[in-house]
Design a protein around this ligand. Structure first.
Ligand SMILES: [Zn+2]
Length: 231
């Protein structure tokens, strides 16, 4: 199985930019209506465990929050590799640098270009590790925060977001015809606030198999993945 975890990949933007590889055999919007807020760590922790983790993830130290493997669907796999997954194998340093530059931008200490460069660099690093891991584990779950990172400062700038969505579409193209089951999933969507972007409810899922889902809850994939591993 391959899971592409694409932070802030937005259902409407996937359609708007006509990302045909992101829109696989079945795709659509997810539901996160059981959550009060669209917090990245909460939503990924909930996806991994199949439970609403909103009250379990402290706001102040959320980025350090981790779920043990036995509480996640990872336990259904003999071998797995997770790459940079929030609440599990998140690369603290890489993302701390992004957040430092994001804060720096609003304090006039860092330029958007500097911030974007780090976001793209982290993306390229994950891409390399992700493709290096494919075929070597029963499950490879790769996390890519590009749409979220670039979106926060530039969601209102169409050319920039088109480039991001095109890049993520190319990632999806490379795994599309895999013999494996492929699931693409985002935690939440994004909406424009002037040139900036803020989290929204338009989460997204997509698969190279017909699943027959209708606006599935983000917590519902836990059982789906379990059933698939039982086959
Ligand atoms: Zn997120």
């Amino acid at each position: 199985m391959i899971i592409l975890a694409l932070d802030a990949l937005d259902f409407k933007q996937v359609q708007r930019f006509k990302c045909k590889n992101l829109m696989q055999k079945e795709y659509g919007q997810t539901s996160i209506s059981d959550f009060n807020q669209e917090r990245t760590v909460v939503l990924w922790a909930s996806f991994l465990t199949g439970k609403n983790m909103e009250t379990k993830v402290p706001i102040k130290t959320q980025w350090e929050f981790k779920v043990p493997p036995e509480q996640t669907f990872l336990k259904f796999f003999k071998t797995y590799k997770t790459l940079d997954v929030p609440a599990f194998s998140y690369k603290q340093q890489n993302h701390a640098e992004e957040r430092r530059l994001l804060k720096g931008y609003f304090e006039d200490k860092a330029a958007i270009q500097e911030y974007d460069a780090v976001a793209w660099r982290n993306h390229e690093e994950n891409k390399k590790e992700f493709f290096g891991a494919l075929g070597k584990f029963d499950l490879v779950m790769g996390y890519f925060s590009l749409a979220d990172s670039i979106g926060h400062l530039s969601f209102g700038i169409t050319e920039k977001m088109a480039k991001v969505y095109h890049e993520l579409d190319k990632l999806a193209e490379k795994v599309k015809d895999a013999d494996n089951f492929v699931l693409l999933i985002s935690d939440h969507g994004m909406k424009a606030v002037g040139r900036y972007g803020d989290h929204s409810r338009n989460g997204f899922y997509s698969s190279n198999h017909k699943l027959g889902l209708n606006i599935p809850k983000i917590t519902s994939f836990y059982n789906l993945i379990r059933r698939l591993t039982e086959k």
